[in-house]
Design a protein around this ligand. Structure first.
Ligand code: UD1
Length: 422
């Protein structure tokens, strides 16, 4: 397993290109299952999660061709010959459940393995299933698989999500595009990835209104056609690299970054004393002198502060002047980076869903272990600010969501290298 070694203490100066969003791409790819015409995605990120989704779609009979070193994905679901998403693939990545709605909507049947638990909590899929039931799906859980049927096709319906779920909104939205009649999704997720999915589906001929608000209305159509769509910028990668100069000092321009993708997060950076400036190429983040101020954070569905930036923000707060309180409201058990940061000298107290961080003057490099995707990058960020060497092991988590981290940070002056293990 590869490790990443960071030698802290250098300020960062330069620019970092931000890739297309992993989470948007993972829902845009299954949208190909809705049509027998080709769907092409541009600005796709080059990540292992994307390869896993490719493998899953191919196992169903879809063609997925990766062009321009993976930045273009040309897909066609002309000949779907298998409607079972196997446990062996689904267990690697929860987003696999997103093939359920599209397959069911198009062909009236689908079998998808239940994803099981993951490192950041139980993460059930009950809302995905309940939303599909509201569209007339008949579901049976057997041997760890969801067996779904809609013999006469799905029918439009109204479903109010009891809590905001990104994935369940995506599954229901895709399914509703081919359901007969009108579907109304209430308390829907408002994330930019949902808006991006709706834009792509609209290009394919879907009738959707209200994306980006809490109520999405879909008028079902008989069939969807092919389209080409650029994947929206990755707001989590953007936020992560915005934190790099905030933690290490210096100034970095994140190319392709847009304020509306990270407004709540940028507000917190500003409150911490870090400058965020909109340029004609992206967002420029600068920290000049001294320590940042402590700020409190509560994670919430979009447009609130994203849970996927909580670990990275905690890394920044570890060296802030003062005490900050970080409250995790989306996932239980999402503080596994805290004990690793404490190995680097951070002072953190975790009680249930709340972490209290008392900033220290300087972190110290240490061997640490990545426990999940965002936790792993938070340790790299902490390493940039630490004295000495930080060795982050188990970086396969990192490769699920960040392409070329060493190159991107290295180009701005960070001392960072990957050690490959065979
Ligand atoms: C997506 C993102 C993930 C991000 C999360 C929240 C992808 C591939 N992943 O995950 O990076 O951290 O949104 O912004 O896009 N829940 C249920 N039942 C369900 C579904 C969810 O109880 O059927 C709960 C979850 O356990 C969690 C909350 O709802 O507590 C929100 O989860 P959800 O928005 O569904 O997250 P994902 O779509 O899995």
């Amino acid at each position: 397993m590869d490790s990443i070694i960071v030698r802290g203490g250098s300020e960062l100066h330069g620019e970092i290109p931000i890739a297309g969003a992993k989470n948007a791409c993972l829902t845009l790819m299954p949208a190909t299952l809705l049509s027998d015409e080709p769907l092409t995605l541009t600005n796709a990120p080059r990540l292992s999660d994307i390869r896993t989704m490719t493998e899953l779609l191919q196992s169903l009979g879809a063609e997925v061709t990766s062009l321009q070193s993976g930045q273009v994905l040309a897909m066609s679901s002309h000949d779907l010959n298998n409607h079972t998403a196997d446990y062996d693939i689904v267990r690697k990545m929860r987003a696999s459940i997103l093939v359920l709605g599209p397959m069911l909507a198009r062909d009236g049947h689908a079998v998808v393995s239940l994803p099981g638990g993951c490192a950041i909590g139980a993460r059930p899929v009950d809302l995905h299933l309940r939303a599909l039931e509201a569209l007339g799906a008949e579901l049976e859980l057997k041997d760890g698989y969801v067996h779904a049927k809609a013999p006469g096709g799905l029918k439009g319906g109204t479903f109010e999500f009891p809590l905001v779920s990104v994935g369940a909104t995506e599954n229901a939205l895709m399914a509703a595009t081919l359901a007969k009649g009108t579907t109304v999704l209430k308390n829907a997720a408002r994330e930019p990835e949902i808006v991006d999915l709706a834009r792509c589906l609209q290009k394919m001929g879907a009738q959707i209104e209200g994306e980006g608000s809490g109520t999405i209305t879909i008028q079902g159509v008989d069939r969807l056609h092919g389209a080409t769509h650029p994947v929206v910028t990755d707001r989590i990668e953007l936020g992560t690299y915005m934190l790099a100069p905030a933690i290490a000092g210096g100034s970095v321009e994140c190319l392709g970054g847009r304020m509306e993708l990270v407004a709540a997060f940028a507000e917190k950076l500003d409150a911490a004393g870090v400058s965020v400036e909109e340029t004609d190429r992206g967002l420029k983040v600068t920290r000049r002198n001294g320590r940042v101020d402590a700020v409190d954070v509560v994670t919430e569905p979009f447009p609130g502060f994203p849970t996927d930036l909580q670990a990275q923000m905690m890394a920044l707060m570890c060296t802030a002047a003062g005490t900050s309180v970080l409250e995790e409201k989306i996932f239980e058990n999402r503080f596994m980076h805290a004990p690793e940061l404490m190995r680097m000298g951070a002072q953190i107290d975790v009680h249930g869903g709340t972490a209290t961080v008392t900033g220290v003057e300087r972190l110290k490099g240490a061997p640490v272990m990545a426990t999940d995707l965002r936790a792993s990058v938070s340790l790299i960020l902490a390493g940039l600010a630490a004295e000495g060497e930080t060795v982050v092991s188990r970086v396969y988590h990192l490769d699920r969501g960040y392409e070329r981290v060493e190159e991107k940070l290295g180009a701005c002056g960070a001392h960072i290298e990957r050690v490959k293990e065979t």
